[in-house]
Design a protein around this ligand. Sequence first.
Ligand SMILES: Nc1ncnc2c1ncn2[C@@H]1O[C@H](COP(=O)(O)OP(=O)(O)O)[C@@H](O)[C@H]1O
Ligand SMILES: [Mg+2]
Length: 277
Amino acid sequence: MDIIIAEKVNKKFQLKQGQNINNNGVASNQIEVLSGFDLKIKKGEFLVLVGPSGSGKSVFLDLVGGLSNPTSGVVYLDDKPVVAPSSKTAYVFQQYALFPWRTALSNIEFGLESRGVLKEERIKIARELLSLFGLSDFEDRFPYQLSGGMQQRVAIARALATKPEVLLMDEPFAALDAQTREILQNELIRIWEGTQTTVIFVTHSIDEAVFLADRVAVVTARLGKIKEIIEIDLPRPRNAELRSSNEFAANRHKVWGALKAEVNKAQQVWKLAPVFT
Ligand SMILES: Nc1ncnc2c1ncn2[C@@H]1O[C@H](COP(=O)(O)OP(=O)(O)O)[C@@H](O)[C@H]1O
Ligand SMILES: [Mg+2]
């Protein structure tokens, strides 16, 4: 069953007065980001989006999360068009985005508070999640007292606390060092494999995409649409050893094959006609 369907999605932004982009030699104060963007995501699937910078990946996540609406076309969640943020979706961003005045435990409790979950139950859920991420000894620490990796674990735990149907992850590990990043990928996949949550995960790392994904969707350079979807035929549960296997290398090769033309194209476009950013 498809939980998310993007159908003929188009997204344009109106620029402010005096801001123009060069559209094939014609100045325009509208920027078209997505055009003919079609994608179906199965319930419980781990879908990874890769594509050049500026191809509209974050814009697409915002549409799924209901933070903005398409200019035309529709994004369906559970067969209903998304028009506003929903309690079915949760976000994890690249920046840690924790509340600095709340402890780790209380950050995780946050979404449960607004749903009226009682204190005792909130603490139980939050402690279970802290334990899953190996953070039980850190529940009373404030974000500034935690490493980047720990903060991002808390951010993921906070997002999972409300048992979202869809978890939107926008380059969540991009700011972490390589080792911490691999450790968090291992933890995320272990925890996700025990849930029914559908994940849309954006990354620039092909290794990360292959390690995590059921399918990798490659987004074209502007105008953004899905160029190709690559099934990752690696067994689950996945573990760290898989990374050095031949199958892993073969999948990485497939993804890079689809992506490299788009990355080159994006660089060409920027050279010819610098885009307003
Ligand atoms: N609110 C906005 N107003 C104008 N342009 C925007 C806005 N949000 C995004 N864009 C433009 O849309 C394009 C895609 O952005 P984004 O989705 O962030 O790319 P990425 O694939 O790197 O996540 C970029 O050119 C960006 O400048
Ligand atoms: Mg982005």
